[in-house]
Design a protein around this ligand. Sequence first.
Ligand SMILES: NC(=O)c1ccc[n+]([C@@H]2O[C@H](COP(=O)([O-])OP(=O)(O)OC[C@H]3O[C@@H](n4cnc5c(N)ncnc54)[C@H](OP(=O)(O)O)[C@@H]3O)[C@@H](O)[C@H]2O)c1
Length: 251
Amino acid sequence: MITIGILGVGGLAALMVRGMQGAGYRLILSPRNAEVAARLAAEHGCEVAASNQAVVDAADGVFVSLPAATGASELAQLAFRPGQPVLSAMAGTGLAKLQSVIGPARAAVSMMPGYANALGVGPSILYPDDSFWRPFLAATGRVQTFDDEAGFTTAATFGAFSGASFAFMAQAIAWYESQGLPPGTARALVAATLRGNAEVLLSEDRGLPEIQREVITPGGISELLVSTLNERGALSAWDEALIRVLRRIGG
Ligand SMILES: NC(=O)c1ccc[n+]([C@@H]2O[C@H](COP(=O)([O-])OP(=O)(O)OC[C@H]3O[C@@H](n4cnc5c(N)ncnc54)[C@H](OP(=O)(O)O)[C@@H]3O)[C@@H](O)[C@H]2O)c1
């Protein structure tokens, strides 16, 4: 059985451990944040190591979900084996930076939404492609690999896009509730609509402009909604927001 060490046992680690349930990996956790580590050990059969170095020593590969601001300096204090696969999910830590702090080990970087990965439907991105990490990530959803870092970094903004999609859904759900719909009805309506439309993009072999022409009828209610949002710059504001995220993570 392949052993994965997890450094940084917080929100993301808990979600990934949940998503990895039944995937056939042995998981060893770093000890800090003992409460979460103990819960994951009890609920998912993970082991908890005595130190971060003990995680590295026991692991075939190391998944890094340490805080983005301090994770690289923590990694620099650890000794990795030559060629040991190390995968970081830390926002803003590029491949060269990661490689510089893990010495002889083999670096790769990734990004994922987190929560959807716990349910096995979260996409992940991976750079560079790595036969050790591809099946690991695939246990929690579909994997997109990149062979250039600029493309990976641009794509990595989807971590924020994913988080922001919850704010978007919350806005719409709150509006339906304010108009008198029961909360459960509003939530199910918004979520099922987005899931269905996402499925259209994933499974239909037609261009997006063609699909839009079909669903946004001239003079219809969808066009009214879109044109109202455009009058307020609500859709184009996404571009500026994503550029800010891209700059933050090094693009
Ligand atoms: N949350 C997501 O869905 C998500 C998705 C994609 C990527 N990420 C990335 O994943 C990383 C973790 O995010 P998160 O949301 O899981 O953060 P988090 O909940 O704060 O988890 C980070 C964990 O690392 C622990 N930690 C801090 N310093 C440590 C050290 N020296 N040794 C061992 N553990 C240490 C923290 O413990 P303390 O609380 O005691 O400091 C905390 O338990 C970030 O770099 C983020 O960019 C997160």
